[in-house]
Design a protein around this ligand. Sequence first.
Ligand code: ATP
Ligand code: MG
Length: 426
Amino acid sequence: MAQQIKAIRGMHDVLPEQAPLWRFLEDGVRDVLDGYGYAEMRMPIVEMTDLFKRSIGEVTDIVEKEMYSFEDRNGDSLTLRPEGTAGCVRACMENGLLHNQTQRVWYRGPMFRHERPQKGRYRQFHQIGVEAFGFKGPDIDLETIFITRRIWQRLGLTDLELQINSLGDAAERAAYRELLVAYLDGHRDRLDGDSLRRLDGNPLRILDSKNPEMQEIIEGAPNLFDQLGEETRRHFNELRAGLDAAGIPYRINPRLVRGLDYYNRTVYEWVTTRLGAQGTVCAGGRFDGLVEQLGGRPTPAVGFALGVERLIALLEEGGCNGSDLAPHAYLVLLGEGAERQGVIIAERLRELAPRLRLQVHCGGGGFKGQFKKADKSGAGHALVVGDDELKRGVLAIKPLREAAEQRELTVAEAAVLFNELIEKKG
Ligand code: ATP
Ligand code: MG
């Protein structure tokens, strides 16, 4: 036998049994975003490699070592998107969506990073990304945080901690960078390989090091906060006042710098202690310079990305079953005549009950076996058609989850019954 081909390491299938949780999460997030007036966008999964080099930054983990880049048949260098913001900005610019107007948009889909696979860290993973363009005040930063809080409420997630920080503006960051490099240079002998590499290109990223041996040096580093100018401080203080007014607890984490280069001013993360080391389920912030950096007019922007797999893990951990996708009814077919007519009868019923989830037993078999399958499908009712019912043009209906008598109904009567049932359930 030929050797079986397996999925690529770090890339996973979402199986039927997991689908209800994914659906619950995706539908919930979509509803919340609809409620805030954010419009959905869909971008290609593949972009020009330069887009990511220019936006994420040359000296970042993503661009240096995590991208799936390849040459296509024309010789262009293309990359499977490692994140969504760059492609979103590209698409908005290219289609004139940022011309003298503001935009609130969102998207979802797979992202690709060649990282070391572990719990909560995969090579293909999913994000739901939300971005707002053209607003410069802290009110929109707040709005995005309010959205995330409402998403947690909607999904029933508790115990998430909001961490915030301000990275300052370009000039403030540059000033801080000098201080930081001078400090770190003084401790060169104690820096690990990664940090030494980052010292020239991206020293702020050292603050984000996950290496425990680096923590002492990081603790002693000068504080970016002390370099912030008046405008930045005001922006940050207004953000804080808004969070206080809305009753959202938060922690200021001066070491929160984010992995991507393009952030400025407000950055935030929602973190849980329930998932081990990979505890950040949402990361966001302001990126006022990115549109200009990609060749557009200066356009303030803010956004966040949800890590879908981590949120799914959190929902699972909390015992959430996800959306109820089980059929309302399972059609049992006894005898050749009924077997032949089954899918046709089901269509008549669907015509009259458009929201009915109805699964037809195809492939024959006895009464017992079919009822076993009906039960396993999760359906609330079995509908039974045998030769006798077929002749008389009726269905026998039997509740599967409660003790109740079997009854006979016409297709039209069954439709009325299920329409009422579905209406009641909402
Ligand atoms: P981390 O510090 O965990 O590597 P990051 O700074 O690289 O995160 P972002 O690029 O901001 O993360 O992505 C936003 C969110 O997407 C993260 O908070 C996380 O929930 C999720 N995420 C990022 N990388 C992965 C991955 N490889 N596998 C699963 N989820 C991921
Ligand atoms: Mg990362």
